[in-house]
Design a protein around this ligand. Structure first.
Ligand SMILES: [Zn+2]
Length: 364
């Protein structure tokens, strides 16, 4: 055993792991999509397991109400409104200094996902919305990379590891010439629920234990995949409710064969090619809307904007963002503006209201 790997001794003892498995982990890059509840648990565990490189992309900053379940963050992070990706990187440096972290404060969309995922061996889902999941699934299928889905809301959780059916060699062929490929995310959920119909953390809350279980299930699948244990991958959809104790694994093996998935069966990537999706998104659990103004991709000068709007409310700036507390017709809003022109408007969950607040105080 090399001394570098000594700290992973208990892990290398596991069946099918060994020093070879540990070496595979240290050579791997995991793309963490979102570092909120699921993502922060996953990052913690993946860093401890010795995954060599984590690319953490998150659009949000730490708030006090996150700490109930987002185990990587603390009160200092919330007090300084640190972006979650930055806070995660700092925490990982203390947990395992051998892990390289690329922290990116941004919203994942079809214009940037291929760049952020360029080095990734595997994608792990810490997302809070269907649209970005379809996007991640599109890229995973197109490039034959594993995507480990997870979701948690209220007292319920779901998870499923996708080993895509690829057009070429995937790595999860069997010695006998078969394939261990699974259905993809779009095979399982062919369309996002209409806005307002699905439960979100906004309306029903979230139990921290369900987050932890789902994220750790995702991490277990990730470790199996990265160490080449494809035959051990869980091939059914995990479905748990820790409040009603209805826990089961749904057999979804037929979803690919019997379905007509546009993504993995017909290799059509609607989300990746920008034919589906929007530029405004309601943030789960936040009473807030994120706006992305593509025409401002060249960047904005936060200091200039701060001077312009300081007569209309309380304004502060840091190297990461501008924060303005404003009032409109008696209603308070908080606008957080990032250097790339992206904004989060807090105080509403309606994109139209958020757009008008943005236009009024920041400019269209
Ligand atoms: Zn599919």
């Amino acid at each position: 055993m090399t001394s570098d790997f000594a700290r992973y001794h208990r892990q290398m003892l596991l069946p099918g792991f060994g020093e070879d498995g540990q070496r595979r982990l240290s050579d791997a890059t995991v793309f963490v999509l979102g570092c909120g509840a699921l993502g922060s648990v996953a990052v913690d565990m993946l860093a401890r397991a010795g995954v060599g490189h984590l690319v953490i992309v998150d659009r949000d900053f730490v708030e006090l109400t996150n700490l109930q379940r987002q185990v990587l963050f603390d009160e200092d992070d919330a007090a300084s409104s640190l972006p979650k990706a930055i806070a995660a990187k700092r925490k990982v440096a203390k947990i395992n200094s051998g892990v390289q972290v690329t922290a990116i404060v941004d919203d994942i969309n079809h214009t940037n996902i291929e760049r952020y995922a360029a080095d990734a061996t595997l994608f792990i889902d810490g997302l809070d919305n269907y649209e970005t999941r379809y996007l991640a699934n599109d890229l995973a299928v197109k490039t034959s990379r594993p995507y480990v889905y997870g979701a948690a809301v209220s007292t319920t959780g779901m998870a499923f590891p996708v080993l895509p059916h690829g057009s070429g060699k995937t790595g999860w062929e069997t010695a006998a010439g078969g394939s261990l490929a699974t259905p993809c995310f779009r095979c399982l959920f062919d369309a996002a629920p209409p806005p307002g119909t699905s439960a979100t953390c906004d309306t029903v809350g979230v139990l921290s234990s369900v987050v932890s279980i789902v994220a750790n299930f995702q991490v277990a699948e990730t470790l199996k995949i990265l160490t080449g244990n494809y035959d051990r991958v869980n091939r059914s959809l995990l479905n748990i409710d820790l409040w009603t104790n209805e826990n089961h694994q749904l057999n979804v093996d037929s979803a690919y064969a019997n379905g007509d998935c546009p993504c993995c069966k017909h290799q059509r990537f609607d989300y990746l090619e920008g034919r589906a999706g929007s530029s405004a998104a309601t943030l789960c659990g936040r009473n807030a809307v994120q706006l992305r103004h593509r025409q401002q991709a060249a960047g904005v000068n936060l200091e200039v904007i701060a001077k312009r709007i300081k007569d209309h409310g309380e304004v502060s700036t840091s190297e990461f963002m501008l924060r303005a507390a404003v009032q409109d017709q008696g209603t308070p809003y908080t606008i957080t503006l990032f250097p790339d022109g992206r904004a989060i408007v807090k105080g509403t969950d309606e994109p139209a209201v958020a757009r008008s607040i943005y236009a009024k105080f920041i400019g269209a």
